[in-house]
Design a protein around this ligand. Structure first.
Ligand code: UT7
Length: 330
């Protein structure tokens, strides 16, 4: 049986208004604009308003994606939100997004796969459409990392930002859309990258709050080591599965975690910088929103046209990694 071609038919992204510059962090922790720019590539990031949450960012991004696809929310059969920062622990962000988009009954669930969440979600959406289970799926990656950031830890606080990106996934013209997907995980329980307290293992207590275990903790160098291996490996695998070569890539959209990780991947993959989209300087690391925001910007900048081979590659907590190869469908 011939499988349907499935791809993205609309995209939208949204970042909150408030900007935190490197100079702002110089006033909070012992850091410098120079260190942050050189070591990460980040110049500023966006922070959400106190009274808003991940579902608000996701809803705004979803409205833009629907508009971009020329569809209404009633055309959608399933909502998937990828996030590590849902509004609540025991209610999915996707259900809240469903309500905020003004619809009932449409099934909705969250995916937790760290910064690789959008790549995982696209993979799941593709399978569900190819199996005939659903027709049009809203895939959203959204994060409010500013509210889980330890503002006393200079090693992590300068890295993260808030934002969301949404995509409408649907059957597309034959031969276009998602050509391949490769996802993987290396589970670990060592807190290389996690929020140690607030889950079932260690519910929050006065002690965990005092120890600031309710915020992101990361062993930066360990994650760095993992990323510089996993990134090129996942990209190569996905490109191979698509029957293509690295040279066939028109645009590589990497997870925007650290400019040095991206540059290392460019070197290992032997891909020139003009084929790699970078916007880390404006948004920092927005976890599962990162590749989606970058893809939305690249499209708006006219850097993607129909037929282009576009590759999204991400890695993150879990640890997880993955890469999706698309032949752009519109
Ligand atoms: O999205 C998923 C995953 N996250 C990532 O991909 C992050 C991966 N890791 C990284 O990007 C890097 O590890 C960091 C940018 C977080 C850190 O860079 P690094 O080269 O691994 O530095 P380090 O942690 O080994 O620290 C080197 C020095 C230390 O000082 P000492 O001990 O040598 O005196 C740190 O305390 O840099 C210091 N440092 C800072 N200095 C100024 C760490 N953060 C800062 C800071 N400002 N913000």
């Amino acid at each position: 049986m011939k499988l349907k071609s499935v791809g993205i038919i609309g995209i939208g992204y949204y970042v909150p208004e408030k900007i935190m510059t490197n100079a702002d962090f110089e006033k909070i922790v012992d850091t410098s604009d120079e260190w942050i720019k050189t070591m990460t590539g980040i110049e500023e990031r966006h922070y959400i308003a106190e009274d808003k949450a991940t579902s608000d960012l996701c809803t705004e991004a979803a409205k833009k994606a629907l508009e971009n696809a020329n569809l209404k929310i009633d055309d959608i059969n399933l909502i998937i939100v990828s996030t590590v920062t849902p509004d609540y622990l025991a209610q999915s962000a996707s259900c809240i997004v469903q309500k905020k988009l003004g619809v009932k009954e449409i099934p909705a669930f969250d995916i937790s796969a760290g910064c690789s969440g959008l790549v995982y979600s696209l993979t799941v959406a593709k399978g569900l459409i190819q199996s005939g289970t659903y027709d049009k799926i809203l895939v959203i990656g959204g994060e409010v990392l500013s509210k889980v950031t330890n503002m006393q830890d200079r090693g992590t606080c300068v890295l993260f930002g808030d934002g969301a990106a949404a995509m409408v996934v649907s059957e597309v013209e034959e031969g276009y859309g998602i050509l391949s997907s490769y996802i993987g995980a290396e589970g670990e329980d060592d807190h290389i990258l996690s929020i140690p307290a607030g889950g079932s293992k260690k519910p929050n207590t006065v002690e965990t709050i005092n120890n600031r275990e309710n915020f992101v903790q990361m062993n930066g160098p360990e994650v760095f080591k993992f990323a510089v291996q996993a990134f090129p490996r996942a990209t190569k695998k996905a490109v191979e599965l698509a029957g293509l070569k690295i040279a066939d890539i028109n645009l590589l959209i990497p997870h925007q975690a650290n400019i040095r990780i991206i540059e290392s991947a460019m070197k290992r993959l032997r891909i020139p910088s003009e084929k790699v989209f970078i916007n880390i300087q404006k948004y920092g690391n927005t976890s599962s929103a990162s590749t989606g925001i970058a893809m939305g910007e690249a499209l708006a900048d006219g850097k993607i046209k129909k037929g282009d081979v576009v590759v999204l590659t991400a890695f993150g907590s879990g640890l997880t990694y993955g890469s999706v190869v698309l032949k752009w469908a519109y």
